[in-house]
Design a protein around this ligand. Structure first.
Ligand code: NAG
Length: 267
């Protein structure tokens, strides 16, 4: 009897503890985004509505995301949910007609992890659905006003939050970033990378990949690499400014590759 009661207490404690953890570990460590907070945020999904990755609306026909989010997917197997902070209740759904993966995707490792989706119809903009501005110049280095949003899980083994999460992060110099990530041998930072960090227990997790890092309503990064999850090391982003020319060329139909053929997967 006493044994059973003890088990019951342990069980109740676990539930309580799990609730406490859940409260503290969104995105990881984020807060609920309000409707319209990040109107450029999309959820890249399977046709059944399973969330795969984040992404950003950059014009009425184009979505920017991470290369590893779209690699190997035919365009016909993906959908894009817009205009919502709840990925399961989209304001609208759009469908890609083509996917463009950077020609030097993952070469060297974790470099050029960037992809563009061309939608088969124009996004209808409204208060909850907007294209994000693209950078014209570098944002102030060291700034602490970088906002990252995503539906990524709340802990390494956790489930996805139904509501979009946001965290404010600080830009880290590549030197500081490289030293904090020095334990990860296969990660070689280059000029195409941007690092953002706040503190341990706050940061990106599974499902956040491809998501937008924004400085004063301008898109500056797309989530590339994180150590699952929020372990006290920086999150690594692709520098959108660095890929500006590639994006412009791809969107105007003049994408050129120097080393590897551009991979276009048509539906
Ligand atoms: C876009 O693709 C979807 C899914 O294949 C289809 O239902 C829709 O009719 C297409 N829209 C246009 C304008 O072709």
């Amino acid at each position: 009897m006493a044994f059973a009661r003890c088990l019951l207490y342990i069980f109740l404690c676990c539930i309580l503890f799990k609730d406490l953890l859940a409260e503290e570990h969104f995105i990881v460590g984020g807060q609920n985004a309000a409707e319209g907070d990040a109107p450029y945020q999309v959820s890249l999904q399977t046709l059944l509505g399973s969330h795969l990755c984040g992404g950003a609306i950059i014009s009425d026909r184009w979505i920017l995301t991470a290369g590893h989010c779209v690699k190997g997917y035919p365009a016909s197997r993906l959908q894009v949910a817009t205009g919502t902070v709840r990925y399961a209740q989209p304001g609208a759904l759009y469908y890609p007609e083509a996917i463009y993966l950077h020609c030097n995707y993952d070469s060297p490792k974790y470099h050029n992890d960037i992809g563009l989706l061309k939608l088969n119809e124009s996004v209808v903009f409204n208060a909850l659905t907007q294209a994000v501005k693209l950078p014209k110049s570098s944002f102030p280095r060291g700034t602490s006003e970088l906002v990252f949003t995503g539906w990524g899980s709340q802990s390494a083994a956790g489930s996805l939050p139904s509501q979009l999460q946001r965290v404010q992060q600080q830009h880290l110099s590549s030197l500081a970033c490289a030293s904090l990530l020095s334990g990860y041998d296969d990660l070689e930072l280059g000029p195409c990378h941007l690092c953002a960090y706040r503190q341990a227990n706050i940061g990106a997790c599974h499902g956040d990949s491809g998501g937008p890092l924004v400085h004063q309503s301008t898109l500056v990064g797309i989530l590339n690499f994180f150590v699952p999850c929020a372990q006290g090391v920086p999150d690594v982003f692709m520098d959108v400014m660095y890929y500006y020319d590639w994006m412009r060329q791809t969107m105007s139909g003049n994408g050129r590759c120097t080393q590897v053929n551009q991979q276009t997967i048509n539906g």
